[in-house]
Structure formats: structure tokens, C-alpha cells
Design a binder for this molecule. Structure first.
Ligand code: PMP
Length: 298
């Protein structure tokens, strides 16, 4: 599959076709994965929960001791300008900050200035048929690193754990990986949070079990409260998935997608369930209500 020739990128103060945007080979984002990112969804010409994404971006920057090269208000404007230049009402934004260029060697202190990139393009994580029927998960053989190794709550450019879990899942004929933490509790999928429904109650693992504090996840928890569906964060094992009535994933790229099997065994009814259906409908409304309209697109 080719990389395609779509999308635009904000780089060094200009918006150019994504295929023309370049970073130097001495950028420590490339050399060491030294940086942070956000994946932000644009639906119906509105940027979903942009303020919350920027807050997480800023928190991640602080967590790795990186000073963002622009104030948040300016980054806000950069995201909107990039989405507008991309011209699509349905898009995906990848906002990145790297440590910038520096000499070889892992030391971040001689690097800089930090580099900001904002890419707006399309994303399609799962085929339409999978969205209709549900996806197949396998339990990855590698574990999500604990917070005292590399805190998964930092959305850093170190995604090799996620990449290798996804590779394993695809090579084993599944769509997505289920990652456990080193204690054997469910963390999340490769790049999406996980929910189960048991006894009519929604549950999702806490961030301290190795889950990113996902913005789609937070939205689903809010929507559940509004719909009167009991929901809470709690530690889960594979048992909870096998015993669940429903299971689904959430993410900016993934959207809300039902899980129909784990390790070859059907989950719940083997497809999207009724609570999932209610949340999907409510989420569509939330995308409008919680989206920042982009001039000319919304
Ligand atoms: N977990 C990981 C590891 C992710 O990369 C993502 C995607 N950002 C998510 C969960 C989902 O988070 P969000 O809903 O904020 O996109």
C-alpha cells in the first residue's frame, strides 16, 4: 500500500502538502523517539475536544521536560488552520512536538529548539465491514510497560510497544491486540482504550493499569452517566472479557468499535451489543456538541 498523496502539514510556520514536509535526520524525535504527540479527530468539520487534547499535549510535554515551542493558544490556531487548509470535513490530525535537532547521543540538553508539526490527513483503522460486525482481538505476548519503566499515560513518540503488539495481532490473523500489564491486568488495545459491559455495568481499566487516559474514553464515561448506564474504572482481567456481555474499543483513530472475539472465542453475542449501540448514537451527537467548528467546513 502506498503512503498516498493526501493531507497537509504545518511546519516552520507554513502549511505545505504532507508529502513535502521534511524533518532533519538529526531530530531526536526520529533518532530516539524523543517527543510527544496527539491524534485528534475531525468530524463534520469540527475538531473534537481540541482543548482537552491540547491540555494532554501540554501535560505530556511537562512529563518529559520539553518546553513547547509555541503557546497553547497559538497551537490551537495552528491546528484549526491546518484542518482548514486540508479542506476535508472528516479528517485526522497528528500534532507532534519533538526535542528538535541535536548531536548524536541521547542527551536532550544540547537539542533544540523543539519542533512542532501538525499533520491533517485521513485515517481508516478498520474496514467498514469490521465496524459493522466487530473486530477480533488476540492477547499480545508482550506486556504494556509499567509506569516506572515508561508511563503509558505519556503519549510519547516511543510507540514500539504498541507497534509490536499490533504487528503480532495482524500476523496472527486478528485485527487488534489486547495488552496486559506486567501484573496480568488488562491495560488497553494497541492504540485504543477498552470497555466491557458486565451485568449491565460498563467498566474500563484505570490509567494506573497501563491505559492512556483517552479522550474518547472520557467522553464515553460522560455519555454513560448522561444515559443512566452505570460505569466505573476498575482493574480487569481476560476473564472479564470472556464473561462480558459486550466489549468495545475507543479512540480518536478507532472511534467506537465493537469487539466480537478474543483469542478465537466469541465475546458476548459475538458482535456489537445494545449498550454499545446507544453509546455510538450518543457519541455522534457529542462530536457535534464538543467539536470546535472550522471556518468553511462546519
Ligand atoms: N491508548 C493509546 C495507547 C492510544 O495511542 C490512543 C490513541 N490516542 C488511545 C488509547 C485512545 O485515546 P484517545 O481517545 O484520546 O484517542
Amino acid at each position: 500500500m502506498s503512503a498516498g498523496n493526501t493531507g497537509v502539514c504545518w511546519i516552520d510556520g507554513a502549511i505545505v502538502p504532507a508529502s513535502e514536509a521534511r524533518v532533519g535526520v538529526r531530530d531526536h524525535g526520529l533518532l530516539y523517539g524523543d517527543g510527544i504527540f496527539e491524534g485528534i479527530r475531525v468530524r463534520a468539520g469540527r475538531v473534537f475536544r481540541l482543548g482537552d487534547h491540547l491540555a494532554r499535549f501540554a501535560a505530556g510535554a511537562r512529563a518529559i521536560g520539553l518546553t513547547l515551542p509555541h503557546p497553547l493558544e497559538q497551537i490551537h490556531a495552528i491546528v484549526l488552520a491546518t484542518v482548514r487548509a486540508n479542506g476535508s470535513r472528516e479528517a485526522y490530525v497528528r500534532l507532534l512536538a519533538t526535542r528538535g535537532e541535536g548531536p548524536l547521543g541521547v542527551d536532550p540538553l544540547p537539542c533544540g529548539p523543539p519542533r512542532l508539526l501538525c499533520l491533517a490527513d485521513t485515517i481508516a483503522l478498520y474496514a467498514e465491514e469490521k465496524r459493522r460486525l466487530g473486530i477480533d482481538l488476540v492477547t499480545a505476548s508482550l506486556r504494556r510497560p509499567p509506569a516506572d519503566v515508561l508511563d503509558p499515560r505519556v503519549k510519547s513518540l516511543n510507540y514500539l510497544n504498541n507497534v509490536l503488539a499490533k504487528l503480532e495481532a495482524r500476523q496472527r490473523g486478528a485485527d487488534e491486540a489486547l495488552l496486559l500489564n506486567t501484573a496480568g491486568h488488562v491495560a488497553e488495545a494497541a492504540v485504543a482504550n477498552l470497555f466491557v459491559v458486565r451485568g449491565g455495568e460498563l467498566a474500563t481499566p484505570p490509567g494506573t493499569d497501563g491505559a492512556l487516559e483517552g479522550i474518547t474514553r472520557a467522553t464515553v464515561l460522560d455519555l454513560a452517566a448522561a444515559l443512566g448506564i452505570p460505569a466505573r474504572e476498575r482493574s480487569l482481567g481476560r476473564f472479564d472479557l470472556f464473561a462480558s456481555e459486550e466489549c468495545f474499543l475507543t479512540g480518536s483513530g478507532a472511534g467506537l468499535v465493537a469487539v466480537r472475539s478474543l483469542d478465537g472465542r466469541a465475546i458476548g453475542g459475538g458482535g456489537p451489543g445494545p449498550i454499545f449501540g446507544k453509546l455510538v448514537a450518543a457519541f455522534a451527537d457529542a462530536c457535534v456538541a464538543l467539536g470546535t467548528p472550522v471556518a468553511g467546513l462546519a
